[in-house]
Each structure stands twice: as structure tokens, then as C-alpha cells.
Design a protein around this ligand. Structure first.
Ligand code: NA7
Length: 541
């Protein structure tokens, strides 16, 4: 990889990768394929990332299983059989483990270690890492695969530490199953994780109390086992499935209907929405009329349709009204998909506490005290989300050229080149970093990893050892990101997608936090950089 004259330092590895989730595993595979030496540093005791940490009851895909798996190996696609249309977490964890074993990745992963800091050594042309076990590996390239939703955040409520029962965050769930049978359980948070947890825990809990600050619009998942016939059809149809994902805006099998809701006669529009409501997955979100997520009138009509569904499904009209979002429209935050979630509120053992009426004062040693009353619990589940998108980067002391810190560089908001590079940070390549295309995540991971691998191949073939993005290239990409954000209703709403997290200092205001253009546009632009010989980057021997 490195020309003999490039550096006085012989690195321990060509590449160090942080994270052995799906992005880190695939990056390792591609780096090894290039003949480079590599080591992955992983905080967990096993591979899987999201699917390793998020073991909460009911955790599963909202992407169709067959649209989520890796596509790089046709043999893997044919050999692996997903059991359900939306696979549960244990199965996806087994999938990650299978990938690690099948492609002999485990020997290159160091488990149970955290990266505390990483510094670019310009004279030595290496990245020097400091791990929490005291070791200091160095490498020519540092690739971060640390996730966009990987730093769980707890609410800032006094007394959390004092609770004497069991308490768990959904994204930091214990390996041993938690038994809810007959227990008094609290769930705080009603995002995608909270909804999945609630509908599962309600089956066995003695009493379940749900603390809701903001209701979300939810729609039915319609999961089911994959029959043998369907399995054959899926395996024969992978090239079509993957092509649909490539062509759709967010990498799912669902594509928007070309009509505008406001142009379609009311009866026809209603019939279309009824149909979407009975179909599997994100079709109701990603396969809706093309104006629903950008036009207020269309969005209000759609919101009204789903509100009527909630009123039909929840027997107590007061509870139903509390479950209908009033401060944001349908689909403008991440849509939780559910299985009999609304019916949970008809159960006698379930109670909804609206925190906008009676906020939590504190967690006590026996439960939770709101402004109205005291609750006693055996178990408190925090489904309170993540310090999303840049959160994992804010927790590593990353220093580039001239000791610039990434936190300082991003003080006014994260600024990257395709979510992959930062000005002043030579040879640091981020997979799924801030301002990349997200969507159906493995589809995006595969593209980003391949792009990074393409750059490494180019550098190897041209005897180059140092790459740094030009500041003007970052400016140009950020301008594209800014323009792509205009007009989307989701960018006018507080959520992790707009960088808001009430539990993290400095994240109370909406910012430009992500690229919200389409996957095909993202890929066309990134492909053009590679095809043009990487003119946006400074490349040196
Ligand atoms: P989300 O979608 O960020 O949801 C977090 C939930 O926790 C949401 O309902 C929050 O209410 C609630 N929350 C957060 N802090 C508090 C406090 N302090 N008090 C009360 N309620 C609180 O996280 P998820 O894990 O569900 O999903 C994240 C992504 O993972 C998801 O989009 C999928 O892509 C997978 P709020 O809405 O802020 O009022």
C-alpha cells in the first residue's frame, strides 16, 4: 500500500476500523479483499452493532428483511433464509455473526475495547489511537463505522440512579432476558423503540405505565412468517428487489406514487390510503402520494386519515386524542411501525401518562413521581433515544492536522464531504458519517463502504498514501445538503433527524443535521467524484 519513501513510521496496520456493526464488518471485508492489513476495534463482546446492543423485547426490522441484508455476495443471499418479513433482533444478530464467520472476519477484530482518542501524526503519516485498555495501535488509515444511532441517552430527570428496581435503556439492554411477567413496568418514550417495547411488554406485565411526552404517528407493520413459496420467490427475485431499492429515494422497496394527494378525488384517495394501511412495511410512508411529505395540505389530509384510524382502534376517546400527534404531521418524524400497538391501550393493565400535562418530577428509589402522583415500579424502561448522527463522533477525541479537534471543526454544525471526509483530517474516512445518505441502512452502508474501498484501491494503485478533502469541496457538498433540505416538512419538526435531543447539552435547537436528498442523487454525485479521479481531494504520495 505505502511507497517506501512515504513515511518514517511503519504502521501496525494499513487500516484501523472502529466498530464491528454491519458497516464495520463489510468495510473489513472490502479492506481485506484489497490485500490490506486491518484491525477492527469494537466496544461490545461480539459483532452486530445496533443488533448487538438493542436487545429489548420486540426489537425487529421495519425494513423488509430481504431488502436489508448484504447484497455483495450472491452466495450469501441464496444461503441465508430470513424467517419473517421483518426479522426480530436475535435473528439479525445471528446474521451478523454468520457474516463474520463466513468471511473469516473475527480474527481481525479486537472486542471489548473502546477508542478514547485518535490523533493524526503528520510527520509519521499515521493515525495513533488510544484505547481504554492502554494500547496505542497506529495505522495509515482510520475508518470510523460507529453508527448514526449508537449513543443511547437517558432523560435528564433527577434520581435515576436512586431507583432500586431494574432499569434498562432499550439500546443498552442486558444479555439475560428481563422477565416482565406480573411486574409493574414503566416505559418512558414512544419513538420506534418505545412502540416495539410497549406492544411486547404489555403481553405479560402485571401493570404497564407508559410515559409519553410526544405521540408519534404509527402505522401497522403487518409482519408474518415467510412461507416456503415466498422464500423461493424472494431468492429468485433478489436482483429485482435490489434494483427497486437502488431506484427508490431511500433504499426501500417502496417508491412514491407519482400522483399528488390533493389532485386525486377524495374517494379514490381514501381507497389508496386504506390499501396502504393494510400493506406491509413502510409503503404508507415511502410509497405514499408524492406531495404528502412536502405539502401542508396533502400532509394534513393524510394525518387526518391516520387520526381516524387511531380513534377507531383506541376505545377510550380521551386516550385516543392523547395518542394523536398535534404538533407535527404524519411522516415528518421517523414512522414507528406497530403490531397492535394502539390496542394495547384498551387493555385493563395499561395506563398512559401524558407528560405534557403531568411532567416527571423525579425518579425515586421505588418508582417515578410526576407533578400529579407517585408511581411504584419493579422495572423502568428508558426508550428515550440516541444522541444521533454526530453523537458517536462527539465522544471520541479525534484530532486532525495541526491538532484540530473534530468537535471544534463541527462547533457550528457537522460539515463533511458526503459524510465521508472532513477538511483537516487526512486519511480519516467515515462510513455513514454526518451528511451521508441514510435510509434503508444496509443499502447505504454497502454504497459508502464500496466508495471508501474504491478510494483506497485508487490510492494503492497510484502509490498514494495521504488523502485530504479540500475545504471548498466540503463547502460545495454542504451547499447540496442545504438545498436538499428545503421544502421537506420533516426538517421543520424537532426530532433526531433535525439534530434535536433534549437530553444533550447544546442540542435543543434544530440544525442541518443530515442529508435529506435521495439515495440515487447521492450516489450519482459520489460516483462522479470517483469517475473524475477524485479531483475534490488532495492526494499525495
Ligand atoms: P426516538 O425516536 O428519539 O424516541 C425517543 C423517545 O423518548 C421519544 O418519544 C421522546 O419524546 C422520548 N423522550 C426522550 N427524552 C425524554 C424525556 N426526558 N422525558 C420523556 N420522554 C423523553 O428514539 P428511538 O430509540 O425510539 O428510535 C430512534 C431510531 O432508532 C428510530 O428512528 C429508528 O430509526 C431506530 P419526544 O418525542 O422527544 O418528546
Amino acid at each position: 500500500m505505502t511507497p517506501a519513501t512515504a513515511s518514517p513510521v511503519t504502521p501496525d496496520f494499513d487500516v484501523l476500523i472502529i466498530g464491528a456493526g454491519l458497516a464495520g464488518l463489510y468495510q473489513l471485508y472490502r479492506v481485506r479483499e484489497l490485500g490490506l492489513s486491518a484491525c477492527v476495534i469494537e466496544a461490545g463482546s461480539d459483532v452486530g452493532g445496533t443488533w448487538y446492543w438493542n436487545r429489548y423485547p420486540g426489537a425487529r426490522f421495519d425494513s423488509e428483511s430481504y431488502s436489508y441484508g448484504f447484497s455483495f455476495s450472491p452466495e450469501l443471499l441464496q444461503d441465508w433464509s430470513w424467517s419473517e418479513h421483518f426479522a426480530p433482533q436475535p435473528e439479525t444478530l445471528r446474521y451478523a455473526q454468520h457474516v463474520a464467520e463466513r468471511f473469516q472476519l473475527r480474527p481481525h477484530i479486537r472486542f471489548g475495547r473502546k477508542v478514547e482518542s485518535a490523533r493524526w501524526d503528520e510527520p509519521g503519516r499515521v493515525w495513533r489511537l488510544q484505547l481504554d485498555d492502554g494500547s496505542q495501535p497506529c495505522a495509515r488509515f482510520l475508518i470510523t463505522a460507529i453508527g448514526a444511532l449508537s449513543v443511547p441517552t437517558l432523560p435528564r430527570i433527577p434520581g435515576i440512579e436512586s431507583f432500586q428496581g431494574v432499569s434498562c435503556h432499550t439500546a443498552n439492554w442486558p444479555k439475560e432476558p428481563v422477565d416482565f411477567t406480573g411486574k409493574r413496568v414503566a416505559v418512558i418514550g414512544t419513538g420506534a423503540s418505545g412502540v416495539q417495547t410497549i406492544q411486547e411488554v404489555a403481553k405479560t406485565a402485571g401493570h404497564l405505565t407508559i410515559f409519553q411526552r410526544t405521540p408519534n404517528w404509527c402505522a401497522p407493520l403487518h409482519n408474518g412468517a415467510i412461507t416456503d413459496d415466498e422464500q423461493r420467490e424472494i431468492k429468485a427475485g433478489y436482483s429485482d428487489i435490489l434494483q427497486r431499492c437502488r431506484e427508490s429515494p431511500a433504499g426501500f422497496i417502496h417508491t412514491p406514487d407519482p400522483r399528488r394527494a390533493v389532485d386525486v378525488p377524495p374517494a379514490e384517495r381514501e381507497a389508496f390510503w386504506e390499501k396502504r394501511y393494510t400493506e406491509r412495511g413502510f409503503g404508507i410512508w415511502m410509497g405514499n402520494f408524492r406531495d404528502v411529505l412536502v405539502d401542508r395540505e396533502a400532509n394534513a389530509l393524510m394525518s387526518d386519515f391516520v387520526a381516524r384510524k387511531i380513534r377507531q382502534r383506541v376505545k377510550n376517546p380521551v386516550v385516543a386524542e392523547k395518542l394523536i400527534p398535534k404538533n407535527h404531521g404524519f411522516g415528518t418524524r421517523r414512522l414507528p411501525l406497530e403490531t397492535r400497538y394502539y390496542e394495547v391501550y384498551n387493555q385493563p393493565n395499561v395506563e398512559l401518562v401524558d407528560l405534557t400535562e403531568t411532567p416527571i418530577d423525579r425518579v425515586t428509589d421505588t418508582g417515578i413521581r410526576t407533578s400529579a402522583r407517585e408511581f411504584e415500579f419493579d422495572i423502568i424502561v428508558y426508550a428515550t433515544g440516541f444522541d444521533a448522527l454526530r453523537g458517536a463522533y462527539d465522544r471520541i477525541d479525534l484530532r486532525g492536522r495541526d491538532d484540530i479537534s473534530l468537535q471544534d471543526l463541527w462547533r457550528g454544525g457537522a460539515r463533511t464531504f458526503f459524510g465521508i471526509q472532513n477538511a483537516g483530517f487526512p486519511n480519516l474516512l467515515m462510513v455513514m458519517g454526518p451528511m451521508c445518505a441514510l435510509g434503508n441502512i444496509v443499502r447505504s452502508i454497502e454504497y459508502n463502504v464500496d466508495w471508501v474501498a474504491g478510494l483506497l484501491r485508487h490510492m494503492r494503485d497510484h502509490q498514494l498514501s495521504r488523502v485530504e478533502v479540500r475545504p471548498e469541496s466540503v463547502d460545495a457538498w454542504m451547499e447540496i445538503v442545504r438545498k436538499a433540505s428545503i421544502g421537506l416538512l420533516s426538517n421543520e419538526v424537532n426530532s433526531w433527524m433535525t439534530g434535536v435531543n433534549s437530553n444533550v447539552d447544546g442540542k435543543s435547537e434544530r440544525v442541518l443535521a443530515r442529508y435529506s436528498g435521495t439515495g440515487p442523487e447521492f450516489r450519482a454525485k459520489a460516483d462522479a467524484v470517483a469517475a473524475g479521479g477524485y479531483r475534490e481531494l488532495d492526494l499525495n504520495a
